[in-house]
Structures are given as C-alpha cells and as structure tokens.
Design a protein around this ligand. Structure first.
Ligand SMILES: [Zn+2]
Length: 312
C-alpha cells in the first residue's frame, strides 16, 4: 500500500485531528447510538447503560476491571485491534480479542464494533461461562470460542480471532498449509489444525477447537477464519501474522508451478528442539516417537483431521 493510501486509510478511520472528534462525549454517544441501532437490527438486546451495568458489577469485579493491570491489558487489546485492522485481518465488525486477567475473569472486545475504533472504555469483562461482569457494551458473540480455549489450556492468557484472507483461503478449502517449509513458521506455529464448520457464536462452534487446542497455538476454523492463543494479546496477534504471511507466500509460490522444497527431516528436529526450548506447543511433541514416516506427504491437500489428532 502506498503511503498516501495509508494516510487516507488512517484518515477515514479517524486517525487525524478531525477524527479526534469521535473521541468527544457526543462522538462516543453518537457511535453508541448507532451501535444500539445495529444491535437491534441484528436482533441483539439493546445496549445497557453504563449505570445499569455498574449496578450489576460487584465491587470486587469493578476493582479488578479498573485496576492498573487491567487498564494496561485494555490498551494492549486496542493496539492489537489496530494492527489487525491495518493488516486487513478484520473486516466490518469482524474479529475479537480477549485476555484472561483472573481465575474466572476475562477482558474481551464488545460485539459490533470495528477493531480500528476500539477504545479501552469499550471493553467488557466476562466470566468463564460468558456472563458479562462489567463494561458498558455487550460482549462479543464469539466469547465462547475464547473461553473454551482458556478452559482447556491453562497457560493461554490471550486469544485473537480474525479473518486474514490468505489463511482463510486455506480454511474455506479445508486445506492444511504444508510444512515444514519455512523455519520461523515451523518454530512459532508449525503444522496447523483445521476444525469442521459450525455456526459462529454457538457453543458447538466454540467446542470444535477442543480436540486441537492443547497441541496447536494457531487453528484454522473451517469456512470461517483463524484463532490463535498465546501468553499475551500481542503474541497471539504475532501468530496470526505468522500464519497469514506463510499462507500468502505458499500461494504466491504456486504460481512458479514447482513443488515445495521441504526442510529435511533431520533439520526439522533442530527446529523442534528450538520450539521445545521456547515452550511452544506442537502436535509432534505428543507423539511417542516422531519418525520420518509421520511426516504427512499429503499435507496441503484436503485433510480435516490434523496431525496429532489422528493418534488419539
Ligand atoms: Zn469470525
């Protein structure tokens, strides 16, 4: 993208001084009014007022939600939302971000808000069952997907769900990107899993990640997009970047009409050792012994059962 295009994009997003008007009280009121109208159009309940929401928020949760630590997390989530939007990984009000800040407390993005417009005061607090504990706007309808990951992976502190175009191209065709081909990708992400399609926003959809999420920090969601978990929102967004760039590169290389050159099996072991040192998950670690014959030669083709899950 040319720098002039970038400036135009930023300007249209309210990134200039004129756009700062949206931050005024009337700007926020106007934005929330249109959100309420959109919520009604989508059949969602009208947004509760700040006063009503605070009434139902316990003093303990209010303290947690407005603590300096939580405020820092909110800022980080907004920064991640900005990156996702600037990279065209989220369209319309698509995508959602969350961070677990307590045993039973998760900060998440609200529903029906573009990630480029996110402000710390827009964020919500939910428990692991999806009940909203604090925040003026209704939580994302995809909260269950995030919460299922926190329930199944105790070390997951943050989750990012988005729709990057090249990775989503794999997700809509039921294809797993072949690996190992690029070392950085194999270390930070590696072979990804792909879930069967389910209706977004449902518990059934959220549960599709359960068989894969312990062994994979990045998952393709069938006919939908991707989801990544990590120790922070920033790092979860990095995995989305890793996967999207990898898929993009693979698709470009297809134009050369020459087969992919795979990293040799022996060298793959070096990458696995680095990955283990970094404490990153990988389906190959859960195998009793990972051998040359376990390398799937058909990866890149339609394969709804990912490596690792086959062994259960
Ligand atoms: Zn989505």
């Amino acid at each position: 993208m040319k720098s002039t295009d970038l400036k135009r994009k930023k300007r249209s997003a309210g990134g200039d001084s004129k756009g700062a008007a949206r931050n005024t009280a009337s700007g926020i009121r106007g934005r929330r009014k249109s959100l309420d109208q959109a919520a009604l159009a989508f059949g969602r309940p009208k947004n509760k007022t700040s006063k009503t929401m605070l009434k139902s928020t316990s003093p303990e949760m209010a303290r947690l939600f407005y603590s300096p630590e939580a405020q820092a997390v909110k800022k980080e989530i907004c920064a991640v939302g900005w990156k996702l939007w600037m990279r065209s990984y989220v369209d319309g009000n698509g995508g959602n971000i969350s961070c677990r800040i307590g045993e039973n407390a998760v900060i998440c993005t609200p529903t029906l808000l573009s990630k480029v417009d996110l402000k710390p005061e827009d964020l919500c607090l939910v428990d692991l069952e999806g009940n909203q504990l604090a925040g003026d706007l209704p939580r994302t309808s995809e909260a269950f997907l995030h919460l299922e990951i926190y329930k199944n992976v105790p070390e997951a502190r943050a989750v990012v769900h988005c729709h990057p175009p090249h990775a989503t191209a794999y997700a809509i065709t039921g294809c797993i990107p072949p690996s190992p081909i690029i070392p950085e990708f194999d270390v930070f992400v590696g072979r990804v899993a792909i879930t069967p399609y389910e209706t977004p926003g449902t518990k059934k959809f959220a549960e599709t990640v359960i068989p894969f999420v312990r062994n994979h920090n990045t998952i393709l969601l069938g006919n939908h997009g991707i989801v990544c978990w990590a120790d922070s929102p920033t790092h979860a967004e990095w995995y989305a970047e890793n996967l999207e760039t990898y898929c993009w590169t693979l698709l470009i290389s297809k134009q050369l009409d020459v087969p992919f050159a795979r990293i040799p099996f022996e060298k793959e072991q070096d990458l696995l050792a680095i990955k283990k040192r970094l404490g990153l998950p990988d389906a190959r670690f859960s195998m009793k012994k990972y051998t040359r014959s376990d390398r799937s030669e058909d990866s890149g083709k339609i394969a709804l059962t990912p490596l690792g899950a086959k062994r259960k």
